[in-house]
Design a binder for this molecule. Structure first.
Ligand code: GLA
Length: 390
């Protein structure tokens, strides 16, 4: 458990008395299944997790939002509310609050002056959505009315995605922001990205847990590879649309692949089509309590991401195959964008410790890297935890 008194102390050190300040938490997310289909109109099945970012925030009379982060103790991000807000490469992490303030204003909101101190338990660059986590946190702090209900939370997620797409410049889908805005403890979110409708599905598995395994591989090129996949999918869609009236690639069927001449483009489309089917089957299996089937689908998803979509790699493959070979594990796959980041394993609770030992050892031998493991729980979406009454 994170010690919030420490975050409050740091706030006071920089900004003075915290009395009346609010404490917020924004979760990270893990995707159970439905990978790389949120920008193809697909169904995805992520869950918000108990690792995330805490904030202590207090409104001021000033016309600046001032943000500090435990991760960058030397830096202070000051955002003047009355001036034009631009990217600033000297503090890249500050571009998230900058983008949120700018887009809130553009949407007609009036963010107030604010002092904010951030402290994170979410491993950085791990593919657990630290960007969407800080975006939603900032939106919640600066426009708390967005926390009111599902509709306003959906609006929040869409605004955060726009910041990521247009201001930060990463062409992500809507999955991460929606999981963080609308997460529910003990549930995953079955999200239809074609019309942004969703329902919460109870998770889990009594004697099983979902273990997160971090490759700790330094990630680079993720964005360019991600965009490359996005364009490959668009190309596949355009080809199929010449013969068939569909809006999204997930509406295609495997037979449509015959029209695609370039093998790589056909492969990408096959992943998208089959992954959509796996999501439907996985949710059905989970609701029927058929965890062995769920595990089998996780395995199949990984194989498809590795062979057809080609977003895995030595590190993720090693974690996944070592986990599968361990006793008590009934399925494993990479999660998130890929090219490093994290994988998940569906494992018997009482076998988790042994699995961690086994996978850690095999992974170290094969890659020279030390993996990290998190047995976290699911979490509610971003929200206010308490008010500081010191
Ligand atoms: C990243 C993106 C998401 C999604 C996943 C892959 O996390 O931000 O929108 O596309 O990759 O499923």
């Amino acid at each position: 458990m994170h010690d919030i008194t420490h975050t409050i102390e740091r706030f006071e050190h920089h900004f003075g008395p915290a009395h009346g300040a609010k404490v917020y938490f924004s979760p990270g997310r893990v995707n159970i299944i439905g990978e790389h289909i949120d920008y193809n109109g697909g169904l995805v099945f992520p869950a918000a997790i108990s690792l995330g970012m805490y904030a202590v925030a207090k409104e001021t009379d000033g016309d600046e939002v001032v943000v500090r982060s435990a991760d960058f103790p030397e830096q202070e991000v000051r955002i003047a509310l009355s001036k034009e807000i631009l990217l600033d490469a000297s503090t890249p992490w500050g571009n998230f609050p900058r983008g949120i303030v700018r887009y809130l204003k553009a949407a007609g909101y009036h963010p107030p002056g604010m002092h904010i101190y951030l402290e994170s338990t979410l491993p950085k660059s791990s593919g657990l959505s630290s960007s969407a986590c800080i975006e939603c946190l900032m939106a919640a702090i600066l426009e708390p009315s967005m926390l009111k209900n599902d509709a306003s939370r959906t609006e929040m997620a869409l605004l955060c995605q726009r910041v990521e797409n247009e201001f930060i410049g990463v062409q992500c889908g809507i999955m991460d922001q929606m999981s963080i805005a609308l997460g529910k403890k003990d549930h995953a979110l079955l999200l239809n990205t074609s019309d942004i409708t969703f329902r919460h599905v109870p998770l889990l598995p009594g004697e099983y847990l979902i273990l997160i395994m971090n490759t700790k591989k330094p990630r680079n090129l993720v964005e360019s590879k991600y965009n490359e996949r996005l364009y490959e999918c668009r190309k596949a869609l355009e080809i199929i649309q010449k013969k068939k009236n569909i809006k999204y690639l997930v509406e295609a069927v495997e037979d449509d692949l015959h029209d695609i001449r370039e093998p790589v483009i056909a492969q990408r489309a096959r992943h998208v089509i089959t992954e959509q089917l796996r999501v439907k089957a996985a949710v059905e299996a989970l609701e029927k309590g058929n965890l062995l089937e769920l595990g089998r689908l996780l395995d199949a998803s990984h194989t498809s991401l590795k062979d057809d979509y080609e977003v895995s790699g030595l590190e993720l493959d090693t974690l996944v195959s070592a986990a599968r070979s361990a006793e008590g594990c009934i399925g494993a796959r990479m999660t998130g964008a890929g090219f490093g980041g994290c994988a998940i394993a569906l494992v018997k609770r009482d076998a988790a410790e042994k699995l961690i030992e086994h996978v850690g050892k095999v992974y170290q031998e094969k890659t020279g890297l030390s993996a990290e493991f998190y047995q976290c729980t699911t979490s509610d979406g971003v929200g206010i935890l308490s008010e500081v009454q010191l």
